[in-house]
Design a protein around this ligand. Sequence first.
Ligand code: ZN
Length: 325
Amino acid sequence: MSAQRCSVACPGVFDDYEFAVCLTHDVDRVYKTYQSLYYAAAERRLYHLKTLLSGTEPYWQFAEIMALEDRLGVRSSFYFLNEKHLLTDKSPTTWLRPTDWIRYTGHYEIGDPAIVDAIRALDEGGWEVGLHGSYDSYADPERLAWEKQELEGVLGHQVTGGRQHFLNLDGPETWRHHRDVGLRYDASFGSSSTVGFDTPAPVAGTGAEQSATTVPERVGAGVFRPFDDDFLVFPLTVMEAPLVEEAGSVDAAWSKLRQLLADARRRQAVVTALWHPRLFNETEFPGYRRLYERLITEAKSLGAWVGPVEEAYHELVDHPGCTGA
Ligand SMILES: [Zn+2]
């Protein structure tokens, strides 16, 4: 059996829209310094929603993104991470590895009162709150289930899907875990170094054989069903930093983005875009916020449906016309 593709062209899906753009934010870091993390947990001042607007934390961009998207009349998906702790969850042999310092420190706590407030404010405002599976969770269903449960405890209802941190993926094995813990879509599939639709099928260790039969050889422009059911995979099409790096400048990135949108329209594609929240800080990351804004206005002017993955998921599976055939 080969994977079935879902398309904007399927009858009844996305109404009269030409194509679709899903907006996503992986919430990796919200505090620039580790000290801030301590203060945020200790200081009850941050408990109040109004402090979400304060400009004291350069990476804390929830209110800014919400205001920006609200002004543009769109919503998006925010994926929250519940990373392991280097000193309590990882073996001492890993403590001194620089990569592990980057991987397992500097994160936030899902129960941090300011994070809890942000999650609830997003949810109440119509944004999707989803799961950003921690570094090892792509191959650890128990850990993934626990993280999902913790996030849902904060959120007060179930999450629909999410994306793995670092796009870690072991082909259909990871999707099987996701489906088993009750997630209904995954947005991890893709490349963190290239932009566009033609993501090669993953060559994963243990999942390689199954990959060959359940993942299209070239994914093309579509969302697809790796199994014969309603579990969907939304391939990542464009991520901010690789886009700018590949293009060489923010201006060049914009013309590349325009081409991508025109291409998406022609192919009736579903674009999935990832902008990390901290890059909305214009002082620290000049140009990225503006690029995101232009992505949305251009997509809308080309006739795109723009919104969170969860809504796109329901568009695709709740219409009897879209059978994935
Ligand atoms: Zn991440």
